[in-house]
Design a protein around this ligand. Structure first.
Ligand SMILES: NC(=O)c1ccc[n+]([C@@H]2O[C@H](COP(=O)([O-])OP(=O)(O)OC[C@H]3O[C@@H](n4cnc5c(N)ncnc54)[C@H](OP(=O)(O)O)[C@@H]3O)[C@@H](O)[C@H]2O)c1
Length: 348
């Protein structure tokens, strides 16, 4: 990586994703000269440690981006819509974790293992895909390259950290209340701004984000549309059902795919995934080896197992895909995009 002392800003620095971004920047020894940490007024003045030094969090304003080279945004769509253009106006490249710009045709939507080349046509903003989409396309792309891909049907088992720091607190306090026989009132999940809230502890909720007119939730629509955009396959058939489960970190996915090529074996799929970037193959039924969220927490790779050929359809396969939603699903993919920008000479 080209070594520069960059001015990096993290917007949403006190949030579930922002905290992981700061730790990932430190772990990767990203070439930072100045780190600016931004939040809302609520957290302004808080101190956050970076490389053994305390940095004071500031309230995000347009002027916060003067002299910033790269700004990593994860403070919600409204903040990105308001402040990302201000950052770009001041010369920063924005890597945005929210859904604000993902389907904008002037904004590349990037998972470096899949479509790093799309960074070359950015216009200041680069979108980081939805967490559940990222881990799925990392596993689908090498299969597509080797055998072609026609159809994807995914059911997710998503962790509460995907809904932010407040959802983690809600799950923990609910579990405690239920075990102690105390009463509780759900306030955050499934969607803080929706009308009804449900028990998350010891439960499964088949709603992530709000319902659309077609009966799908917005999370499901994001998975469908973003997969097609990242893989440059508008014709790919994709369907999704997204479910929240009482796991704190690590999204799991049961994925059914149909490939183009005839007579492919499960062993061939495993071989391709074993060699693919960013993937750890964990697949040995004789040893009860398969990926689980508790094992993937804190790791940056995508873990794949339970690979089987469908019993009825020659072109059909089943996979189980697990990854840390706060790392590959958010913070690590964003920092990886920033590293790719440096590698490709795209930072001024
Ligand atoms: N969690 C995931 O797995 C995941 C994955 C991919 C993308 N994302 C996206 O990333 C974003 C943040 O998610 P999160 O899980 O980190 O949420 P979170 O834990 O609720 O954190 C939100 C962050 O945004 C800041 N913020 C809120 N309003 C703000 C404002 N008006 N101006 C500036 N900063 C503001 C908060 O600061 P205060 O401390 O001041 O409130 C906090 O730092 C969301 O858009 C989410 O969709 C999340």
């Amino acid at each position: 990586m080209e070594q520069k002392n960059l001015h990096v800003a993290v917007v949403g620095a006190t949030g579930a994703v922002g905290q992981q971004m700061i730790q990932t920047l430190e772990k990767r020894n990203f070439p930072i000269g100045t780190l600016t940490l931004l939040s809302s007024e609520r957290s302004a003045g808080k101190k956050v440690m970076f490389k053994g030094q305390e940095i004071e969090v500031q309230a995000a304003k347009p002027e916060s981006f003067e002299t910033v080279d790269i700004a990593l945004f994860s403070a919600g769509g409204a903040v990105s819509k308001a402040l990302a253009p201000e950052a770009v106006k001041r010369g920063a490249i924005v890597v945005d974790n929210t859904s604000a710009f993902r389907m904008d045709e002037n904004v590349p939507l990037v998972v470096p293992e899949v479509n790093e080349e799309d960074l070359k046509w950015h216009n200041g903003i680069i979108a980081n895909p939805n967490c559940s989409t990222i881990q799925m396309v990392v596993a689908l792309e090498p299969i597509r390259q080797a055998f072609g891909l026609k159809k994807v049907i995914v059911s997710t088992y998503q962790a509460v950290s995907g809904a932010g720091a407040q959802a983690i607190t809600e799950l923990k306090s609910q579990a405690k209340a239920i075990l102690e026989g105390a009463s509780f009132t759900p306030e955050i999940l499934p969607v803080k701004s929706d009308r009804k809230h449900y028990q998350m502890a010891f439960n499964a909720i088949p709603q992530i984000d709000k319902f659309q007119d077609n009966g799908f939730t917005f999370e499901e629509i994001k998975m469908i549309n973003e997969t097609k955009k990242i893989m440059h396959m508008p014709e790919l058939e994709v369907a999704a059902t997204c479910v929240r489960i009482p796991v704190i970190t690590g999204h799991s996915e049961s994925v059914y795919i149909e490939v183009e090529k005839d007579a492919v074996s499960a062993e061939e799929i495993k071989h391709v995934l074993k060699e693919a970037p960013g993937i750890v193959l964990q697949d040995d039924p004789s040893e009860q080896l398969y990926p689980m969220p508790a094992d993937c927490e804190g790791k940056s790779e995508v873990f794949v197992g339970r690979i089987r050929k469908d019993l009825d359809r020659d072109h059909g396969f089943h996979l189980w895909i697990v990854s840390d939603n706060l790392l590959k699903g958010a913070a690590w993919n964003s920092v990886q995009i920033a590293e790719s920008l440096l590698k490709l000479g795209l930072v001024k």
